[in-house]
Design a protein around this ligand. Structure first.
Ligand SMILES: Cc1cc2nc3c(=O)[nH]c(=O)nc-3n(C[C@H](O)[C@H](O)[C@H](O)COP(=O)(O)OP(=O)(O)OC[C@H]3O[C@@H](n4cnc5c(N)ncnc54)[C@H](O)[C@@H]3O)c2cc1C
Length: 406
């Protein structure tokens, strides 16, 4: 039987949905999207919980980009709610007697992250924080931020001490919770790059375009996939229909020569032939409270203590108007084992793991029409905008190739 599709896309997340729409629209291709979950939108999926609160099922997602192309492209499928993400660190006082500024009754306090001039005041007290802040501005007059490596290299011991403070109170414990390794074990250069902002700018992202889809991510994806040339099949694992064992790629047992864009895990596509690619996974614990708001910010990072990394309260981000009820979510990070129901979230980038990935990529390379696209297929962290751009650019290349051969 002749398949009535020109292209296959495995996965209806950002990579798959953007590519499917582009191929269907600009290329006039008939695209079949297979998604193994029972919903579209990949990890950006949002839905109402039992209390009616709009939650993000796979971790909080905030859209931000400097790419005009991506912003314009996605803006065709959603209007945006203006939202700029702000995050605070919540931590215990080292010495509760010492600095009473902004301390709460439980001996904890908070400050904006990334660490900025206001964080300095909260950490060291108003007067001392102001003085140290001025010292930094004098030392780095032409910069809007400075890394803790630069601070450490400064001959002034007070400036070097700020680097140590930030490292200890913002970075090292949080990184351990997130990755199960010290920052140095992961990559000594990451530590060097931790920024201190030389301003009071407390926006978590500084990109030109920031916001949340007004009706939510799932609605945006639904609009994107709503095209006469696109067919979406949910609950379908592409591996059950794709055969990569021979010289030619087969779909439903027939040779298939159209483009196949695979956005799932690279190792799973080849039945873990060389073993599993290592990932971190997350456990999410939700709690609903009978109050309008439970915490002051969309995300609060627990940078020093606790076994979870952060608490997210969705209503801050989504702007949902729902009086008297709110849902928060705690995130616990641990090693991914591949067990049923686990999601691989963060690729653990190391020379060894990258080498393993390259072996899988070489297997995929045997099929000229098979393209690995996305955070899982490319074993790489992408923000949503970055993978949307990558999907658009891959489609540009594929469509140009058609023009050349057409
Ligand atoms: C906790 C967390 C928070 C994040 N927050 C942000 C944020 O605030 N802002 C931001 O820009 N980015 C954020 N990201 C990154 C964002 O999630 C990614 O950019 C995005 O998910 C990448 O899209 P994707 O299509 O590559 O992958 P996914 O969204 O994972 O989509 C892949 C899809 O493929 C499907 N699939 C897999 N295997 C198969 C198969 N064999 N057959 C059929 N379907 C299959 C999966 O079910 C999934 O739906 C965050 C990531 C995490 C982990």
């Amino acid at each position: 039987m002749q398949l009535q599709y020109d292209c296959l896309v495995a996965g209806a997340g950002m990579a798959g949905a953007v590519a499917a729409r582009r191929l269907a629209e600009a290329g006039g291709k008939r695209v079949l999207v297979l998604e193994r979950r029972d919903h579209i939108a990949g990890n950006a999926y949002d839905c109402l919980d039992e209390a009616g609160v709009l939650i993000h099922r796979y971790g909080p997602h905030i859209f931000h980009t400097n790419s005009r192309r991506v912003f314009d492209y996605l803006s065709r499928f959603t209007r945006w709610r203006r939202y700029q993400h702000r995050v605070i660190a919540n931590l215990p006082r080292d010495n509760p007697e010492e600095v009473p500024a902004r301390q709460t009754a439980d001996g904890r306090f908070s400050f904006p992250v990334p660490f900025n001039l206001d964080s300095m005041k909260a950490a060291f007290g108003a007067g001392e924080g102001e003085r140290l802040g001025r010292k930094l501005l004098d030392a780095y007059p032409a910069q809007d931020q400075v890394t803790i490596l630069e601070l450490r290299q400064n001959p002034d011991p007070e400036i070097a001490a700020i680097a140590d403070y930030v490292y200890q109170h913002v970075f090292v414990h949080y990184t351990m919770k997130q990755w199960g390794q010290t920052p140095e074990e992961i990559d000594p250069n990451t530590t060097a790059r931790v920024p201190v902002r030389l301003s009071r700018d407390d926006r978590y992202f500084q990109d030109a375009y920031q916001g949340m889809p007004l009706e939510g991510y799932t609605a945006m994806f639904r609009n994107m996939l709503d095209h006469p040339n696109i067919t979406v099949a949910l609950g379908q694992d592409v591996r059950e229909r794709l055969d990569l064992s021979g010289e030619v790629l087969r779909f439903d047992s027939e040779p298939f020569h159209g483009a196949v864009l695979y956005t799932g895990p690279a190792d799973e596509l080849f039945h873990l032939t060389y073993g599993r690619l290592p990932y971190r996974t997350l456990d999410f614990r939700y709690e609903t409270f009978p109050v309008d708001a439970w915490q002051s910010h969309g995300t609060v990072n627990y940078t020093v203590d606790g076994d979870f990394t952060r608490i997210t309260e969705f209503k801050h981000m989504t702007g949902q108007s729902l009086p008297g009820v709110t849902t928060v979510m705690k995130e616990y990070s641990r090693a991914y084992t591949g067990a049923e129901g686990e999601t691989p979230y963060y690729a653990i980038i190391s020379p060894e793991n990258s080498a393993l990935y390259e072996r899988y990529r070489a297997l995929a390379g045997r099929f000229p029409n098979l393209h690995l696209l996305g955070r899982l297929a490319e074993y790489k962290y992408y923000n949503m905008d970055a993978i949307a751009l990558r999907a658009l650019e891959l489609c540009d290349t594929l469509l140009k190739g058609d023009e050349r051969h057409g």
